[in-house]
Ligand binder design. Structure first.
Ligand code: NOJ
Length: 610
């Protein structure tokens, strides 16, 4: 598609259709030196599982619009909308066949415009998911590219002949040994032209060739088209994979093999994570898409495998690339020897140290996203909390420690209800292609069925993709039809209506955390210091500015925990009186001897003037 009128909005104007005088507008005026998204909280909607308006069992855009009041009550500033574009849905919409239209399963462009307007009325901006490392193999660009080795769009994707000295189609003839993220080779043979194309994800997600300036031009143009619809920015899917490392072995255009992985394929990570031109591509994108609108949009780069140093470079405002990264280091801390589907228990000091490292690493320059749940991750309350007896307290305490760090918090749908994992017990219940491909490969990898089901139950992406429970009616009010995936058991009691009615619920705790971030600058700006780093149950830290200090004390265990405040560096605790937010109605307080006894999974945030 080509660009015509690029005048979207007045440079520096507010988000899309956002009326003046709104909360973000006001905060922007008050803190001119601070980007608006520093004080914002993002809520991720996975449309397929959010709310179904037409009874086909699949969530849709009118369904989202009908639930906006829930998000307004929660107080979030932004919705990150997972893909709603036209798609064959091999990867639930992360395989896009038309970037400028809405998939009929989700509604129409008019529905989306209506959602943007209705969200704006509630002071909520819509951030679209930008999936441009790859397209669907059903995108017209790829259809053209694969039609002939002479296609004008051949070079828009990564086409390579068989490895020299091998026979096309034979095992081992793939151009490199890279394994895909979704099992098997990252190369797919096209029988017609006798060449292979690269797909880091599924074979229906061919990688775009960002080296080609026409590809980049089309993408920037498409992005400008979306800005004109009044959106608030983009979440950029695996954006640090767009630059592949070429010619490492001195042969121009060549791609190098990777070290063998446990599944027998090669690890291509060093060849495509944070590749040599990523910074340049992002800077060019910024210049072509966002430069005319300083301070207006939010851009967040999903960056698997990114180093702290590289994240700083992507988010250094002086480099004009992206506003923040969404990175995964903490999500890998419970991966076992067999990878993510072979999890091991979390060692709490590792998690605390990891978050602290990013706090310090981006303290002066750069910005991070803060998250536990996501459409690609299991539910946090099952993963690192207690989804049984202490579900509510552990969900609140995990939320507290996360939201009291520095960065932009992301709440994933259902997290604010303390939703646990899906509890699937049979392979037939799974829908996600990553899980299904892994299951198909299990026998070859020597994984028995019991181990496979245990791994999937703990780590499958479907854990977070079950429908949001809205109320106690049939199918939790998600659909009047048959849901596309089973509901998470327990929705009769764990649902939005029940949570909103209960001031002690996980929902109201999240609401308070959002409010605290909006109202108290120390949550946004405070310098971070981790206390008692080696403690295996206690997560304690302070956030300090010239005017105030927050002291976060959290018990990450199901046992009562006595904390000697002087021992962890807090001078006796005599002035720990003002409670900013707490997991329990009656927060525990220090006794006269400087000892604080926290109940199982209790957390308290004290505030004092500096
Ligand atoms: C990251 C997305 O979050 C995930 O859901 C998707 O499968 C891959 N990128 C491929 O687009």
């Amino acid at each position: 598609m080509t660009d015509t009128a690029d005048a979207v909005a007045t440079p520096g104007s507010t988000l899309g259709a956002m009326p003046p005088g709104t909360r973000r507008e006001r905060r922007r005026r008050e803190a001119a030196a601070r980007p608006w998204w520093h004080t914002a909280v993002v809520y991720q909607v996975y449309p397929r599982s959010f709310s179904d308006s037409n009874g086909d069992g699949i969530g849709d855009i009118p369904g989202i619009t009908s639930r906006l009041d829930h998000l307004a009550e929660l107080g979030v500033d932004v919705i990150w909308l997972s893909p709603v574009y036209r798609s064959p849905h091999d990867d639930n919409g992360y395989d896009i066949s038309d970037y400028t239209d809405v998939d009929p399963a989700f509604g129409t462009l008019a529905d989306l415009d209506h959602l943007i307007a209705e969200a704006a009325r509630r002071d909520i901006g819509i951030v679209m998911d930008l999936v441009v490392n790859h397209t669907s193999d059903e995108h017209e660009w790829f259809r053209d590219s694969r039609s002939s080795a002479d296609s004008a769009k051949r070079d828009w994707y990564w086409w390579r002949p068989a490895r020299p000295g091998t026979t096309v189609g034979e095992p081992g003839a793939e151009p490199t040994n890279w394994g895909s993220f979704f099992s098997g080779s990252a190369w797919q043979l096209d029988e017609e032209t006798g060449e292979y194309y690269l797909h880091l994800f599924s074979r229906k997600q061919p990688d775009l060739n960002w080296e080609n300036p026409e590809v980049r031009g089309e993408i920037y143009s498409m992005m400008r088209w979306w800005l004109k619809r009044g959106i608030a920015g983009f979440r950029m899917d695996v954006i640090n994979l767009i630059s592949k490392r070429l010619g490492v072995d001195g042969v121009p255009g060549s791609l190098a093999d990777g070290a063998p992985r446990a599944d027998g394929w090669g690890n291509g990570f060093p060849q495509f994570v944070d590749g040599p031109r990523t910074d340049a591509f992002l800077a060019e994108m910024h210049q072509q898409v966002f430069d005319a609108f300083p301070g207006t949009y939010l851009t967040v780069g999903e960056t698997p495998g990114v180093t702290l140093e590289q994240a700083r470079s992507y988010t250094d405002p002086a480099n004009r690339e992206v506003d923040m990264v969404f990175q995964f280091e903490h999500m890998a801390l419970d991966a076992g020897v067999g990878g993510k589907f072979d999890p091991r228990p979390l060692h709490l000091p590792d998690l605390k140290a990891n978050l602290a490292r990013w706090q310090h690493g981006l303290a002066e320059t750069g910005w991070n996203a803060l998250y536990w749940d996501n459409h690609d991750q299991p539910r946090i309350v099952s993963r690192w909390g207690d989804d049984g007896e202490h579900r509510v307290s552990s969900a609140k305490t995990l939320a507290t420690v996360l939201h009291l760090h520095r960065g932009t918090p992301y709440i994933y749908q259902g997290e604010e209800l303390g939703m646990p994992n899906a509890g699937f017990t049979s392979l037939a219940q799974y829908r996600d292609l990553e899980s299904l491909n892994y299951a198909a490969d299990a026998e070859r990898l020597g994984i028995d069925e019991e181990t496979l089901l245990r791994g999937l139950a703990a780590q499958s992406r479907d854990n977070a993709r079950t429908p949001v429970p809205w109320d106690a009616s049939t199918n939790a009010g998600f659909t009047t039809g048959e849901p596309w995936i089973d509901m998470t058991p327990g929705w009769e009691t764990v649902n939005a209506e029940a949570a909103r009615a209960d001031q002690g619920s996980v929902f109201h705790h999240y609401r308070r955390l959002v409010e605290l971030r909006h109202d108290d600058p120390v949550v946004v700006d405070g310098a971070f210091e981790l206390l008692a780093p080696e403690h295996e149950q206690l997560w304690a830290f302070t956030r300090t500015t010239d005017v105030a200090r927050l002291i976060v004390l959290a018990n990450l265990s199901g046992q009562e925990l006595a904390v000697d405040l002087a021992e962890i560096g807090l001078d006796g605790g005599a002035d720990l009186r003002e409670v900013a937010v707490a997991s329990h109605a009656e927060a525990s307080r220090p006794d006269g001897e400087g000892r604080l006894v926290l109940r199982p999974w209790e957390s308290v945030v004290f505030r004092r003037s500096a």
